[in-house]
Design a protein around this ligand. Structure first.
Ligand code: ADP
Ligand code: MG
Length: 364
């Protein structure tokens, strides 16, 4: 067989980074001291961020934490109260949206109902007076990229929700932006379709190699799709890191609670069990639960006794809420590998490796 086009994600990613970094090493996006006030509301309260070319970057945070406002400032729909925005080394802070090499995909991606899919995707190019033949060709390529090459003649109402979302994506990709901004683009889809689209979107991003900035309030979505995540809280970024860093080593109690289940030991409970004052985070799935209290903890493990106050059966996993004798409460998640054990009301010993309980700063 002759050499095949590379299809593995590893090769795709390397290629992307190699090409993208030819631009002289400037990040795709650089934000410095970015602020936005709406009257008394500090919607964005001092954001500094560098996003390298080709990254799938997520902004994760609760509703109202300023994610959309940051995205709208990058797109040029809002002007910053203070601070700067650079795209590939060029200060665009004061430029109009159409002078910035970015495109946005929104959750309510209104397609023109009377136009075909092909016409919808071509529309932006027509406005820019791109010649007809080139328009056709580029729209066809964009539709192929989102795997809708055969659907060009359909009308939007002849498509499923996921297909319509992909048309919206094609409509943005057809402009060949350097950066694509996506504001909760999967929010309107049901859970199953959402999961399918998460995988597809990630694959499309690898294929095209464009920097994606993806806004979501869904921690699972951010963890599964992103190269890196910024966790937002009240207009500020609390932590930037890979999914593993953010989940395994949350930089604050807020991040520990928002990304994953908040499972904190503090006060007397922490002093008694860990032997140090402070606030400590332990992920529920790192904790072992055992009904045999006489069994000593293994070397390298911390352990604590307590009483199971609640059992939540969730199919693949079972969660136990445990009130600790030393003070405090912990959740424990167990894979449902055998019959779920019924510890409810019973006495248990919890144990975890020392390194799985770690100190988090107390104020975000
Ligand atoms: P998120 O996308 O994280 O949910 P937003 O960026 O939409 O958050 O909003 C951040 C804060 O700014 C919220 O308190 C919101 O009510 C406020 N806000 C956003 N846009 C406006 C606006 N146009 N006028 C007044 N307040 C706004
Ligand atoms: Mg928003």
């Amino acid at each position: 067989m002759p050499h095949q086009a590379p299809t593995t994600s590893a090769e795709g990613e390397q290629g992307t980074f190699a090409i993208a970094s030819d631009g002289g090493g400037d990040p795709a996006i650089r934000l410095r001291g970015l602020r936005k006030e709406f009257g008394q509301v500090h919607a964005v309260d001092g954001v500094d961020l560098d996003i390298p070319p080709g990254e799938f970057f997520s902004m994760l945070g609760p509703s109202g934490s300023g994610k959309t406002t940051v995205l709208r400032m990058i797109a040029g729909f809002e002007l910053p109260t203070a601070g700067t925005i650079e795209l590939h080394g060029r200060d665009v802070s004061r430029l109009a949206p159409f002078d910035r090499d970015v495109n946005t995909v929104f959750q309510d991606y209104a397609l023109f109902p009377h136009m075909t899919v092909q016409q919808n995707v071509e529309y932006g190019l027509r406005v820019k007076r791109v010649p007809r033949a080139e328009r056709r060709q580029r729209a066809k390529e964009a539709l192929d990229t989102v795997r809708l090459g055969e659907f060009g003649e359909r009308k939007p109402d002849q498509l499923s929700g996921g297909q319509r979302q992909r048309v919206a994506l094609a409509r943005a990709l057809v402009n060949r932006p350097k950066v694509l901004l996506l504001d909760e683009p999967l929010g309107a889809l049901d859970l199953k379709l959402r999961h399918t689209m998460q995988t597809e979107l990630k694959q499309i991003q690898r294929d095209v190699g464009i920097t994606f900035i993806f806004v979501t309030h869904d921690q699972d979505e951010a963890l599964t799709m992103s190269d890196r995540i910024a966790v937002f809280n009240a207009g500020r970024i609390e932590q930037v890191g890979s999914p593993v860093e953010v989940y395994e080593r949350p930089a604050s109690a807020f991040v520990a609670g928002f990304v994953g289940t908040s499972n904190l030991l503090s006060g007397g409970g922490a002093e008694n069990i860990i032997g140090k004052p402070g606030v400590f985070s332990i992920r529920p799935e790192k904790i072992r639960v055992d009904a045999d209290l006489s069994k000593p903890a293994d070397v390298g493990e911390t352990s604590a006794t307590g009483t199971v106050t609640d059992t939540v059966y969730a199919g693949a996993t079972v969660r136990y809420e445990v009130t600790l004798d030393a003070g405090g409460q912990l959740s424990v998640v167990r894979q449902n590998t055998a019959e779920p054990a019924d510890f409810e009301g019973g006495r248990v010993r919890l144990s975890w490796r020392h390194e799985h309980s770690f100190r988090v700063p107390e104020a975000g």
